[in-house]
Design a protein around this ligand. Structure first.
Ligand SMILES: Cc1cc2nc3c(=O)[nH]c(=O)nc-3n(C[C@H](O)[C@H](O)[C@H](O)COP(=O)(O)OP(=O)(O)OC[C@H]3O[C@@H](n4cnc5c(N)ncnc54)[C@H](O)[C@@H]3O)c2cc1C
Length: 386
């Protein structure tokens, strides 16, 4: 990791930031702040920074727009799989209709791109390391003590630091959120997802979603020339009641009711360790996302079921907006941090509500819902810069 002793020392008075959490939002904000010459320390709880769960990720244009700002678009484009439409199929694989995806990132970026999660994370890790941020893995913040001028932090390894600002990018179960007294907590939506990476059948060139089978949704997304990730969404069960050794059997049991390319995918659902089971949660902190000089971004402040594939996109946009405000002026007061919340909340609220609504229609068995209308309205809104 970067050793601050070998880096040129910043001029006295250079602002200092601690970023807690090295996921998409923490990495993105680190890269943007370092580019402006701000001193950034990043701590990540996991000793292995790229131990990402989940095999693939669907990135819409508005996420790609932020990745371009981060300087990694060319690599994302080379490693991922871009496409511009969404197919809806019957459980037997018959294509019912194909909808053009909206280019939320502008016409010079694809509407959608699938990517292997570890590849995206590695690109961001490499960019953080190249930025000169001081990174410490296997480290958390034990305590945060604020006064009018800054935040004193005691780390889990016993060391201490003092910062002008602390950014809590520590995800859905954010310890930072609790530490600053924000009591909102994630709630289950009633759904859960089985996911696996598999070789790409030649005919898979976009996301197809099947409704009407034993799962609420059976879908797949190409993540590179050679790979896809496939998923099945069902009613949430108590995770403790499912033996991880049976994960492949569980996913195969659901998958084998589907036709089209599913039999080919199902052949690869064999190793329980490669199958991921995750509950869908939602969270929206409506009130301010900061207390004093500690501010939340990403899943720590909001999270939605991935029915619109917008969680990471919203997290990356948070990083962009916060970095834009922090680099626009030196006095980082409550007014500035409130401006960040005010700029983000209407957009995030709309995305969380739409994502929840899509899931709820499925849970309630509503067949005639105007899903295309809701998706279209939401995606059109996301074309605007955050
Ligand atoms: C099943 C599923 C599918 C999804 N699919 C998509 C999709 O296709 N497209 C999309 O845009 N979004 C998707 N999302 C949402 C997306 O994964 C998240 O919104 C995104 O990862 C949030 O990024 P983040 O950096 O805020 O949080 P995280 O990715 O959770 O990162 C938080 C980081 O903080 C670290 N950490 C935690 N606690 C501490 C601590 N106390 N101290 C230090 N570090 C800590 C964690 O180890 C982690 O590295 C999906 C989510 C789920 C659950």
């Amino acid at each position: 990791m970067a050793d601050s002793r070998t880096l040129p020392q910043p001029p006295p008075g250079t602002p200092t930031v601690l970023v807690i959490g090295g996921g998409a939002s923490g990495n993105a904000v680190t890269i943007l702040l370092r580019r402006a010459g701000i001193v950034v320390d990043l701590i990540e709880a996991k000793p292995d920074w790229n131990a990402t769960t989940g095999s693939g990720i669907t990135l819409q244009g508005n996420a790609l727009r932020v990745l371009r700002e981060l300087g990694v678009w060319k690599q994302v484009e080379a490693r991922g799989y871009a496409f511009g439409s969404l197919g809806v199929t019957a459980p037997d694989g018959t294509v019912m209709f194909v909808a053009e995806d909206i280019q939320t990132g502008g016409e010079d970026l694809p509407a959608t791109l699938g990517m292997q999660r570890p590849q995206l994370q590695q690109l961001l890790i490499d960019t953080v390391l190249a930025s000169g941020a001081d990174v410490r893995l296997g480290t958390t913040a034990g305590s945060l003590e604020q006064d009018a001028d800054g935040v004193s932090v005691r780390f889990s390894d016993g060391s201490e630091g003092r910062y002008d600002l602390v950014i809590g990018a520590d995800g859905l179960h954010s310890a930072t959120r609790a530490e600053i007294g924000i009591t909102d907590k994630p709630e289950p939506t009633g759904m859960a997802i089985w996911r696996i990476a598999a070789p790409r059948p030649e005919s898979v060139t976009r996301t197809d979603l099947a409704y009407g089978g034993p799962a609420y949704i059976a879908g797949y997304c190409p993540t590179s020339e050679n790979t896809i990730y496939a998923y099945l969404v069902e009613g949430c069960r108590d995770r403790a009641s499912i033996d991880p050794a049976t994960y492949a059997d569980e996913m195969r049991r659901l998958a084998q009711s589907y036709g089209g390319v599913w039999p080919e995918i199902t052949e690869h659902i064999t190793d329980p360790k490669k199958v991921n089971y995750t509950r869908f949660d939602h969270l929206l902190v409506e009130d301010s996302w900061h207390r004093g000089r500690v501010v939340l971004i990403g899943d720590a402040a909001h999270c939605c079921p991935p029915t619109l594939a917008q969680g990471a996109a919203m997290s990356l946009e948070d990083a962009l907006v916060l970095a834009e405000l922090l680099t626009s002026r030196r006095d980082w007061d409550g007014e500035l941090l409130q401006a960040y919340h005010d700029r983000r909340i209407p957009r995030v609220r709309t995305v969380v509500a739409a994502s929840m609504q899509i899931g709820q229609w499925q849970l309630d068995g509503v067949r005639d819902a105007d899903m295309p209308g809701l998706v279209g309205r939401t995606m059109n809104l996301l074309k605007e810069r955050p």
